[in-house]
Design a protein around this ligand. Structure first.
Ligand code: SR1
Ligand code: MG
Length: 419
């Protein structure tokens, strides 16, 4: 946590002070147009951590995101360094050159207020809300597969000289407050009785007790946790669930990279896949006589497959055309006779990333059902016993993915295991 000196100049913004802050930035005030007093300001943050203001002027609109010095969902009793805004801004800057318009445009970063002023995404909505409502997005899987492939490849040792990669690792290694959240909330708390946990009680009481006494499961989770801590393959978004993605039918935008750190590529992939699978399990809880959600469920599975296939194909293409880093250095493999063994090595590497993706997806599914932060996919199912049945199915799959990993070599294997 930052001490008082380091927080000098910081204050929590409100509707009036955010207006004054923007009014004092000439270029931003000009972007909004008109008189500051006439701007429409709304605080719309609904996440676990931050304030988010939307400000509309006569000529334009911006989004202002400020990190609070505590966890918003818990209040000041859970202090949290606002420095996360620095890492969010640093992530956007680090990947901007590689991911095109898959991220919002950043207009300004204020290091004292720990706030970012960025493009307001409109008419985009949060993907999770769209999926719950039964919406389909034709570009989603390919956009996300390409996004993860490009952001991870270009920040990895496949593309970067080791000095630059190490500079990146050193910079993001300071994002300790948020890494601590992931370490605790994903890989530890769900597996012992912590007062931060909750689950759909009493329906899942027995299941949760079993899970906390399941040594093979806990060892598998601990193995994934160690991988997360030690395998600094690429710069990760770090929290790429469906609440960190905004969509229209034509566009996909990734937001909220405040958990950014270097880690295993399968971690970001697993966040996307795990949250698609959670949504698949929640669909039956949202079914009505008029809409059984069968087509929606099939669509989600098709997206899961396409997401992985796009990631794999994009990553392999980048590796064979743009490998300028110190991992598998191009100079070592100039002989055309080595093309086949090199391809086989690339394929084996992607298989290991696939296995990581499934392991992390499973960890993320479990933590959203028995841990601190749950997902609206399940929470918005009003009938509690129905909600518990959906959650139970997701826990069963996650358990299998973690304890029987050798049974899952492809997305088809995963899909065949859905019950
Ligand atoms: C205390 S923050 C809880 C969760 O919200 C974020 O979206 C992350 O997933 C984090 O684990
Ligand atoms: Mg977030």
């Amino acid at each position: 946590m930052k001490n008082a000196d380091e927080l000098r100049g910081y204050r929590i913004l409100d509707g009036q002070s955010v207006r004054e802050f923007i009014a004092a930035q000439g270029a931003l005030a000009a972007k909004l147009g008109g008189r500051p007093a006439d701007w429409n300001v709304r605080e719309v943050g609904d996440g676990n951590l931050n304030l988010v203001f939307l400000i509309d002027g006569a000529a334009g609109t911006v989004c202002v995101k400020q990190a609070l010095p505590y966890v918003r969902a818990a209040g000041p009793s859970w202090p949290m360094s606002p420095e996360r805004a620095f890492f969010e801004n640093a992530y956007y800057r680090s990947v901007a050159a590689y991911v095109g318009n898959c991220i919002p445009e950043i207009y300004h970063y204020d290091p004292q207020l720990y706030c970012i002023v960025m493009e307001r995404l409109s008419p985009h909505i949060i993907l999770r809300q769209g999926l719950i409502a039964g919406m389909r997005y034709p570009r989603l899987a390919e956009d996300l597969g390409e996004f993860v492939a490009r952001a991870c490849f270009f920040t990895s040792d496949f593309a970067q000289p080791c000095e630059r990669k190490m500079d990146g690792v050193a910079l993001f290694a300071r994002n300790q407050a948020l890494t601590r959240i992931s370490v605790d909330l994903i890989f530890c708390d769900p597996y012992h009785s912590s007062e931060r946990n909750r689950h759909t009680s009493p329906y899942l009481d027995e299941r949760v007790a079993q899970l906390r006494a399941d040594a093979p499961l806990k060892l598998a989770v601990a193995r994934m946790g160690r991988k997360f801590l030690t395998q600094h393959e690429a710069l990760l978004h770090g929290d790429l669930h469906s609440g960190s993605i905004m969509v229209t039918p034509e566009q996909t935008r990734v937001i909220d990279p405040e958990f950014a750190s270097y880690g295993p590529i399968g971690f970001d992939l697993g966040a996307v896949l795990g949250n698609l699978l959670l949504n698949w399990y929640a669909q039956s809880g949202h079914a009505t006589p008029a809409d059984d959600r069968v087509v929606q469920r099939a669509w989600i599975l098709a997206q899961s497959r396409r997401f992985w296939e796009t990631f794999r194909a994009t990553f392999l293409t980048l590796w064979s055309t743009q490998a300028s880093g110190d991992a598998y250095p191009a100079a070592m493999f100039a002989d055309p006779a080595e093309a086949d063994p090199l391809d086989a090595a690339r394929s084996a590497y992607l298989d290991s990333v696939f296995a990581d993706m499934l392991g992390f997806a499973a960890c993320k599914m479990i933590r959203r059902i028995v841990g601190f932060a749950h997902v609206a996919d399940f929470d918005s199912i009003p009938d509690v016993s129905r909600r518990a049945a959906c959650e139970e199915g997701a826990l069963r799959l996650a358990h299998r993915l973690l304890t029987q990993p050798s049974q899952f070599r492809s997305l088809d294997d995963v899909i065949a295991a859905l019950t």
